[in-house]
Design a protein around this ligand. Structure first.
Ligand code: 13P
Ligand code: SF4
Length: 329
């Protein structure tokens, strides 16, 4: 079967919008009606008037779309869970709050902020405690706003993002469980990380700088703080795309983020900051066949429970508040 042709036909027939994150496989990405980073996708899905949203990304992205658009039916050809989002659930969230209480910090002095890469239930806990969501493209502003409360920020789940933004704001950070003094920190990070961005290291930066003097190093803030410190540019997915596309064509750049995105950025002079291929395994799970099957299930009125995103109403209520606080900023 020619999946591409069949998908295009079904898209024309159905009241559906096809959405893809920048990290999706090329063949899926190029058929999408809406593409973007996690923040752009959340916003653009809200603007769509289609009943069905076929979302090619990872679980927390589909969940965010459902939280913000309860009237729409959000289907994911693969409900693949981001490895970082999987590192924290409600019970770990509460356990870590307890550790902060044991270190002498009361809940009244804590404002939680969750990276959008987290489950709906973690977002809901954060919302209930007066906190908000951020993405890598707005974390700086959101943390700045959070600090105005005079409270310590409990940042979950990505310790790298928390540490990197603390540094750029001139603040002290600590990671729960690594022996650092939590009371002295302005931003207290949960000990989660991205298994893909964790692969980039400073030896590879040295290697590229030695091999191509003058090369620019651009990385995502999910990379380790030591890597971000050595880079020339640190930016979210969309910020990286903009930065790299605006470079003169003969300027060499080496990029520390997911392979699919880097690979389609620029024809020449663009390298990946790794000797292996840093593909996000969960983003790569979605294939054209999965997309076709999902569209066909809409046409045949046989939608599988395995593809439809559902969020219970109480969770949705508080998670939506946490997301809306982000949009307000
Ligand atoms: P963006 O928010 O930049 O789209 O990134 C999401 C992500 O999972 C990065 O690893
Ligand atoms: Fe999650 Fe990392 Fe994949 Fe992004 S690249 S979706 S943070 S596992």
């Amino acid at each position: 079967m020619n999946y591409k042709e069949e998908i295009l036909k079904l898209k024309n027939e159905l009241d559906v919008v096809l959405v893809a994150h920048f990290y999706q496989r090329d063949e899926v990405f190029e058929l999408a009606d809406i593409t973007g980073d996690s923040l752009e996708l959340a916003k653009k899905v809200m603007e769509s008037d289609k009943e069905f949203v076929v979302f090619c990304g990872v679980g927390f992205m589909g969940e965010s779309a459902k939280i913000l658009n309860p009237q729409k039916r959000i289907l994911m050809p693969r409900i693949a869970c981001c490895a970082m989002a999987r590192m924290i659930d409600e019970s770990y969230f509460l356990e870590n709050l307890k550790k902060m209480n044991e270190a002498g910090i009361s809940n009244d002095d804590i404002l939680p902020i969750t990276y959008i890469n987290s489950s709906a239930s973690v977002k809901a806990r954060v919302g209930e405690m007066g906190g908000m969501v951020c993405t890598s493209s707005n974390a700086y502003k959101i943390i700045e706003k959070g600090l105005k409360s005079g409270k310590k920020i409990f940042f979950v789940p990505d310790r790298c993002l928390g540490q990197n933004f603390a540094k750029s704001l001139g603040l002290k950070s600590a990671v729960i469980g690594d022996g650092s003094n939590l009371k002295e920190a302005d931003i207290i990070c949960y000990n989660g990380f991205c298994s893909v961005h964790q692969q980039f290291n400073i030896d590879d930066i040295d290697f590229y700088r030695e091999k191509y003097p003058g090369i620019i190093v651009a990385v995502h803030p999910e990379c380790d703080p030591a890597v971000c410190d050595k880079a020339d540019f640190v930016g979210s997915t969309s910020q990286l795309i903009k930065f790299i596309k605006e470079l003169p064509i003969d300027q060499k750049v080496v990029v520390g983020t997911e392979f699919n995105m880097v690979n389609r950025l620029r024809e020449k002079n663009t390298y990946i900051l790794s000797s292996t291929k840093p593909e996000c395994p969960t983003m790569n799970e979605t294939t054209l066949e999965h997309v076709y099957n999902t569209l066909k299930s809409i046409k045949d009125n046989k939608i599988s429970e395995l593809t439809e995103i559902k969020v219970d109403e109480k969770t949705r209520y508080w998670a939506k508040i946490a997301l809306e606080r982000m949009f307000e900023v």
